[in-house]
Design a protein around this ligand. Structure first.
Ligand SMILES: C[S@@+](CC[C@H](N)C(=O)[O-])C[C@H]1O[C@@H](n2cnc3c(N)ncnc32)[C@H](O)[C@@H]1O
Length: 307
């Protein structure tokens, strides 16, 4: 009995050992299945928005609208397969993608390397809501209207002049400065550009009197002295508006001299005295002399807030 049990246990042990050895041999001879390379699927889930790629012609249009140059630092919020970042890097810009999906980050890095721009096009695996993107001079996005609105306060606090471009989705009552569309396009055809406006509301001292501005995003209304201004607008820190202005006697000669080079000014001085003023907002500590620059949009008139 004992012997039977002992020999049965022995037999079972041997059988198990043989089976185990066979299994181990099988494991050793079997080639491990090769990992399939990650392939993104349009519409695949993302943290806050699914992945759908921007068509390349619209990527190009977005970067054209933002006038991306090698001096720019471009950040794509939710960078997908990296196409916008890579295209910006090919234009010489330093570009970074913020992407939550690690597979998409790895794919973007591979794509950037394959296209020879890995040094200029980098990607971070991060949540766009927890990322400081304030150093960007250009922000690109293809997100959702609700996400654009969540980001809007942060964007409006960026450096004046920062360009923001969005595929398809707007910023509600902050109207775009420019829009662009791609020809022969059926889906994802429209891009919008916003230029972060300086904070210009308040009263500014001009030799012509107090300039009082009310601001709604890039749109300005207000008065110069007691005269209402018209067509008031900010483009970054550039302020333009028109106002009827009666030059003082001591300014008249200077205006006439300037007018010699600009026939339109002769008319303006001679008739309605409507003068277009182009100005640049400047930090309060800058106290460059204020100078009227008649009808020369590229010229700057420095403004400083009343103390
Ligand atoms: C509509 S796709 C746009 C991709 C790319 N920008 C383009 O235009 O081709 C949005 C991307 O945002 C990513 N995403 C979603 N929520 C995110 C979050 N909270 N932080 C970072 N990326 C996010 C998604 O994984 C997806 O790749």
């Amino acid at each position: 009995m004992n012997l039977f049990h002992t020999s049965r246990r022995l037999l079972l042990t041997v059988v198990f050992a043989v089976v185990a050895a066979g299994a181990s041999a099988q494991t050793q001879t079997q080639t491990p299945p090769t990992a399939k390379p990650f392939e993104p699927q349009s519409g695949q889930p993302g943290k806050d928005v699914v992945w759908v790629p921007t068509p390349q012609p619209l990527v190009d249009k977005m970067l054209d609208l933002a006038n991306v140059t090698p001096q720019d630092y471009v950040i794509d919020l939710g960078s997908g397969d990296g196409r916008t970042v890579i295209t910006a890097a090919k234009r010489g810009a330093t570009a970074q993608g913020i992407e939550y999906n690690p597979d998409m980050v790895a794919l973007s890095q591979k794509n950037a390397a394959a296209q020879g721009v890995a040094a200029k096009a980098t990607f971070a695996k991060a949540d766009l809501f927890e990322t400081d993107f304030s150093k960007a001079t250009v922000v690109t996005m293809f997100l959702l209207p609700s996400i654009n609105m969540q980001l809007r306060p942060k964007i409006l606090n960026m450096k004046p002049g920062t360009r923001i471009v969005s595929n398809a989705f707007d910023m509600e009552d902050w109207q775009p400065d420019e829009t662009g569309t791609t020809p022969n396009c059926t889906q994802w055809c429209k891009a919008m550009l916003w230029i972060v406006p300086a904070k210009a509301a308040g009263t500014w001292k001009l030799p012509q009197g107090d300039l009082t501005l009310t601001q709604s995003f890039q749109m300005l209304s207000g008065t110069l002295g007691s005269t209402p201004i018209v067509n008031g607008k900010l483009r970054g820190d550039q302020v333009t508006f028109e106002a009827n202005y009666q030059p003082r006697a001591d300014e008249f000669d200077a205006l006439k001299a300037a007018a010699a080079a600009a026939a339109r000014i002769v008319d303006a001085i001679g008739t309605a005295r409507q003068i277009k003023i182009t100005a640049r907002t400047a930090p309060a500590r800058v106290s460059a002399p204020l100078r009227l620059v008649p009808h020369a949009p590229e010229s700057a008139l420095e403004l400083r807030p009343t103390a």
